[in-house]
Design a protein around this ligand. Sequence first.
Ligand code: F2R
Ligand code: MG
Ligand code: MG
Length: 313
Amino acid sequence: MHKLRLKPKFSGCLVGAAIGDGLGSWQEGKGMTESEKVEPLVEKLRQLIYTDDTHMTIGVTESLIASKGFNGEHMAQTFLSNYEAEPWRGYGPGPPQIFRMIETGEPWNSAARKLYNGGSMGNGSAMRVAPVGLLYSSDPAKLREIAYQSSSITHSHELGREGAALQAYAVALALNTSSGEELNQKDYLLRLQDFAQNRLYKEKVARIKELLGEQDKARVVTVLGNGIEALRSVPTAIYSFLRQPGAYKDTVIYAISLGGDTDTIASMAGAISGAYLGIDAIPGEWKAKLENKDYIEALAERLWRLTAFPYEY
Ligand code: F2R
Ligand code: MG
Ligand code: MG
């Protein structure tokens, strides 16, 4: 795809993720809800305030830009300084403990192993990984390596790392598919299934196909999950996108309607949808209400420049 056509897809991805997070945060931890009740929420809200999901996505993007690629020490320090500036963003329990360890001298690639007896399997590294999917979209092996490494700063459990890699690859596939051509859901799923190295993720991706026409949300939640663990949220986000790949708004509303970890599932689904459809597919009223939209868009453009014009940097 021509590099100029990727630019609105980069901003669609990061802005789309942030809006999913900001809107989904109003439903986080609650049960399933009717889709019709989600959209009026935006009208009631003066601003879409994002949470840790976007705060950390911003950190990943800032670090990738500043280091012209992945640098674990730099990314860990960026997480730490962003967290110290805004600790109220609703972080999960694990990351702040890791930031404290890093602050007191623990290396960036060993702190996370000290938590949860082998590392976190939460979705905290998958929820922030979209910029890795954008930057390394043309090289799946490199994308996997960097997704794993960026995850290892806070989430070193195999299921946390694999969730991050799968979400990054879902973003990369969406980015590399022209929004002008209809997305082939079966082909997209086959690629994801081939990419996944963990058996549990391969099984979950296989279940997505049989649920594509499912009307019963309770069944979707039973099979795919709506929880805080990567294995019970990354496949759900991919599914929310694949049900209605042509409409960003429907993807995000559907993800939120499933209940549970709604900010995170809607953010990951919004990132994939935005990478496929581009920023113009996101409703103007939603974009206008997003906190820090201009900064997020500016970061997306700088990340795009890094891929489009690497010799400028
Ligand atoms: N923290 C939240 N939501 C709580 C409400 C926030 C509220 N609105 C507020 O403002 O205060 N959301 C955010 O956290 C999730 C991401 O969490 P992360 O970064 O993965 O955290 P952690 O601690 O690593 O893992 C989460 C939980 O998963 C369980 N777990 C993880 N690994 C485990 C293991 N190996 N064995 C057993 N359990 C494990 C633990 O219960 C962890 O606490 C996102 O939803 C984000 O939005
Ligand atoms: Mg959150
Ligand atoms: Mg969440």
